[in-house]
Design a protein around this ligand. Sequence first.
Ligand code: ATP
Length: 248
Amino acid sequence: APSKTILTVNNIEVIYDHVILVLKGVSLEVPEGGIVALLGANGAGKSTTLKSISNLLRAERGEVTKGSIHFEGNQVDRLTPNDLVKQGVVQVMEGRHCFEHLTIEDNLLTGAYTRKDGRTAVQQDLDMVYDYFPRLRERRLSLAGYTSGGEQQMCAIGRALMSRPKMILLDEPSMGLAPQLVEEIFEIVKKLNETEGVSFLLAEQNTNVALRYADYGYILENGRVVLDGEAATLRDNEDVKEFYLGVS
Ligand code: ATP
C-alpha cells in the first residue's frame, strides 16, 4: 500500500542575513515510517534544510522566505522549535551538542522537558533508551564531556528520543566517528525506525553509508535538489557512483 506522507517541504527558499540566498527552492517528502537521506557536499544546504524544518534558523539570522512546510498535514513553518517538539519533530544537531558538564543520564533527562506524563513514563523511556544504547547505560553517571565522540552522538540521539518524537531530523550522525561506530549508530537508527516507527530525515556527507540504510535519497547541490530516488536506484546511478561514492 502507498504510504502516507508525514513531512512535506514545498519549494522553500532560505536567505541568511537578508541577502545570502542559500536554498533556492527545495522540495522533499518523507513517508510515515521512512528513512530519507539528504545528501551532498559540504555547503550544499543540508543543515540549512533541516534547520528550516525544525525552525532553528532564526538563531543564525536565517529565514524561510518562500515555500511551505507541512507535518502530518499541518503547516508548521511558523512554529517555535519547542512547539515542534510537542508536535513530534526533534532535531539532533551536527556536532552532537551534549551538555558536557552534565552526566549522560541528566543529558537524557533534559530531552523529556516538554513532557507532562510524569516520572514513571520518563523512567520507562530512559530504560528504553538504555536498551537501544547499552553503552549509555554503562556510562550513565559519567560526565558527557568525558565520553567518546560516539557516545556523545548516541547521547544526542537518546536525548531526542526522550521527547517521544514521531520524526527525528539527524544532522551528520557519522561526523568524526570511526567507521565501525558509524555502522553501530546507523544500525540503531534502523532499529528505532522499525521498532518504534520513528521517521528519519538525515543529512549525510557519507553517501555510501546513508544509501545503505535509507529508503530514499535527495541530492543537494548549491541549494537545489539535483537528483532524487529510491536508495537502491541512486546507488546504481553512474553520476552518484562517480561523484559521491568514489567509484566508477
Ligand atoms: P555542512 O555539511 O558543512 O553542514 P551543508 O550542506 O549542511 O554543509 P549548510 O550548512 O546548510 O550546508 O550551508 C549552506 C550554505 O549556507 C553554505 O554556503 C554556508 O556557507 C551558508 N551558510 C550557512 N550558515 C550560514 C549563516 N548563518 N550565515 C550565512 N551563510 C550561511
